[in-house]
Design a protein around this ligand. Structure first.
Ligand code: FUL
Ligand code: CA
Length: 491
C-alpha cells in the first residue's frame, strides 16, 4: 500500500513538473499591469506609422490664397497635369505612410462630385467635369501601400446654410459620401477653424457658431465610427488623434499621450495643454505634429524659395517623432497638380539621412544589466532593451520606481543619437530620466529628459564610450523600457 502511494505521488510530481515545464513565459510570468489609460490597437498601429502626409489642394491653389472666401467660380479649378501617383510616390519616398487629402477646405469646394452641392469638381474644366480627385487619390494611395486620410472642413464659407441646423445635415451627408464610397479610410481630419466672414450662398456676411453645441460632435463621431469602425478621428481634442497646439510640427519636450477630455471642446482647446499632454489624463489621444513643407498650406509660387530645407525637416522630425508624436507633413501640389521638385527633393534627401542615421544600431553585440529586474526573470531582463525587438521589455519589481540599466558595448564607439522606447501598450509611465556615459572610469551625464513614450530620440554631441547608463529617476508606475538604441549620424 505504502509503495503504491509513493509511486502515485511520484507520478503526480512528474506530471506537474512536466506541465510546469510546458508553461509558456506568458503563463508563468504575466505582463506588467497596464496603466488605466492605454492606446487602442488601432492607435498603436497609427503611432507606429511615425510619419504621415497632408495634401492641401483646392481653388486656393489657383487664387493664390490660404483661405478661400467661398465665392470662387469652380471653373478656375483647372490642374492641367494633375498626377496623384506623383503625390503618392513623393510621399512614399519621403517615408510617409499615409496621406490626408483636403476633400473640402474652408471655401467649401469639393474635390469629389458630391451630390449635395454644385460647388465642386463637377463644374470645373478638370476632366470636363467628370473628374473625382478623391477617387483617384484613394486608389493611388492603396496601389502604393499608403493609408488614406481625408480632411472635411467643418467650416464652409460657401454653403448658404452654414450656421443653421440644416448645414449639419449637409455636413453629415458629405461625411456619409466620403466614408462609404471610397473604401477603407484610415483617418478623418476635423479642422478647428470655425466661423467668420464668407460668401454663404451670396449673403456675404459674418457668421459665428457656438463651438460647444453647433456641430453636435458626439453624434457626428458616432456616425463616423459606424461607417468606418477602425478609422482614427483627428481634431484638436481627439477622440483618437489630437493637435499638439502649434503648426510648426513640434511636440513639447515633455509629451504625454493621455489628456483630460472631460471639459474639452473641439475647436476650443488650450494649445499649451495639448503641447504637453497630461499624465493624469483620462484618454489616450495620439499627438500629431502638423506642419507644412512651405510657409503656407497651399502652393504659392512666391514661396518656392521658402521650402523647408532638409536640416529644417530633420529638426522637425526630432521634435515630433523624437518626442513621442506622429509627424504630419504637408506637401501642396502646384497649379499643374504636381508637387514641386524643390519640395520632393528636400523630402527625399531628408528621408535618406534618417535612413542612414538609424541604419546601424551600435548595441548589437552589447550586453545589459540593471539594478533591479522584475522577479529576476528573463521575461523582464535588461537584455530585452537591446534585443531590437519592440515587443520584449525590461521592467522592475513592484514599488521600484527608480532604477538603472547599463548597456555595455563590445567596443568603444562614437554615437550622437540615443533612442529610447516604452512598451506603450501598457501605458506611458516614465516622467524623469537621465543618460550617463562612462569615461575613464567615471560617469558623466550626457542627456536628461522627462517623458519617453513610444519613442524618444536624444541628440547629443558625439560621445565616445563603451558603457552607457539609463537612469530612471521617476515614473508614474513601475518603469518599463522596450528598446534602447545608439546611433551615429553620417554626412
Ligand atoms: C488650419 C486651417 O485653417 C489651415 O488652412 C490648414 O488646413 C491647417 C492644417 O489647419 O486650421
Ligand atoms: Ca526589446
Amino acid at each position: 500500500m505504502k509503495v503504491i502511494k509513493q509511486v502515485y505521488l511520484l507520478c503526480v510530481l512528474l506530471v506537474t513538473s512536466m506541465f510546469s515545464g510546458c508553461l509558456t513565459k506568458e503563463q508563468s510570468h504575466p505582463d506588467i499591469q497596464p496603466n488605466k489609460v492605454v492606446p487602442s490597437p488601432q492607435q498603436l498601429a497609427y503611432q507606429q506609422m511615425e510619419m504621415v502626409g497632408f495634401i492641401h489642394f483646392t481653388v486656393n491653389t489657383f487664387t493664390d490664397k490660404e483661405w478661400g472666401y467661398g465665392d470662387e467660380n469652380p471653373e478656375i479649378f483647372n490642374p492641367t497635369q494633375l498626377d496623384v501617383e506623383q503625390w503618392v510616390l513623393t510621399a512614399k519616398a519621403g517615408g510617409l505612410k499615409e496621406l490626408i487629402l483636403t476633400a473640402k477646405h474652408h471655401d467649401g469646394f469639393c474635390l469629389w462630385p458630391s451630390q449635395y452641392t454644385e460647388h465642386s469638381v463637377k463644374n470645373s474644366p478638370y476632366k470636363k467635369g467628370q473628374g473625382d480627385i478623391v477617387r483617384e487619390f484613394s486608389d493611388a494611395c492603396r496601389k502604393h501601400g499608403l493609408k488614406v486620410g481625408l480632411y472635411l472642413s467643418p467650416w464652409d464659407r460657401n454653403h448658404p446654410d452654414y450656421g443653421k441646423p440644416e448645414y449639419i445635415t449637409y455636413y453629415r451627408n458629405q461625411l456619409r459620401e466620403l466614408l462609404t464610397n471610397y473604401g477603407e479610410i484610415n483617418e478623418i481630419w476635423f479642422d478647428g477653424a470655425n466661423g467668420g466672414d464668407g460668401y454663404y450662398g451670396g449673403a456675404n456676411e459674418s457668421r459665428f457658431i457656438d463651438k460647444e453645441t453647433y456641430y453636435d460632435w458626439p453624434n457626428t463621431i458616432k456616425l463616423v465610427k459606424e461607417l468606418q469602425p477602425d478609422i482614427k478621428i483627428f481634431s484638436d481634442a481627439g477622440p483618437d488623434i489630437r493637435w499638439v497646439g502649434n503648426e510648426h510640427g513640434f511636440a513639447g519636450e515633455t509629451f504625454w499621450s493621455p489628456i483630460q477630455t472631460d471639459s474639452l471642446v473641439i475647436g476650443d482647446s488650450n494649445p499649451e495643454y495639448l503641447n504637453t499632454g497630461d499624465p493624469e489624463g483620462n484618454k489616450w489621444i495620439i499627438g500629431q505634429c502638423d506642419v507644412s513643407i512651405r510657409p503656407g498650406w497651399f502652393y504659392h509660387e512666391s514661396q518656392d524659395s521658402l521650402v523647408k530645407s532638409t536640416e529644417e525637416l530633420l529638426d522637425i522630425y526630432y521634435k515630433s517623432v523624437g518626442r513621442n508624436g506622429v509627424l504630419l507633413l504637408n506637401l501642396p501640389p502646384d497649379k499643374r497638380g504636381l508637387i514641386h521638385p524643390i519640395d520632393s527633393t528636400n523630402l527625399a534627401v531628408f528621408k535618406q539621412i534618417i535612413d542612414r542615421t538609424f541604419d546601424k544600431n551600435l548595441v548589437s553585440n552589447a550586453s545589459a544589466s540593471a539594478s533591479n529586474h522584475r522577479f529576476d526573470h528573463e521575461k523582464f531582463s535588461p537584455e530585452n532593451v537591446i534585443d531590437q525587438n519592440d515587443t520584449t521589455y525590461w521592467s522592475t519589481d513592484d514599488n521600484v520606481f527608480s532604477s538603472e540599466v547599463i548597456v555595455e558595448l563590445s567596443e568603444e564607439s562614437v554615437f550622437d543619437r540615443i533612442v529610447i522606447s516604452e512598451p506603450i501598450r501598457f501605458g506611458q509611465r516614465i516622467s524623469e530620466f537621465e543618460i550617463q556615459i562612462e569615461k575613464e572610469g567615471s560617469w558623466t551625464k550626457v542627456a536628461e529628459g522627462t517623458t519617453i513614450g513610444y519613442k524618444r530620440i536624444l541628440r547629443i554631441e558625439p560621445a565616445s564610450s563603451s558603457k552607457l547608463k539609463l537612469k530612471i529617476l521617476d515614473s508614474k508606475n513601475i518603469p518599463a523600457i522596450s528598446e534602447l538604441g545608439l546611433y551615429k549620424t553620417t554626412n
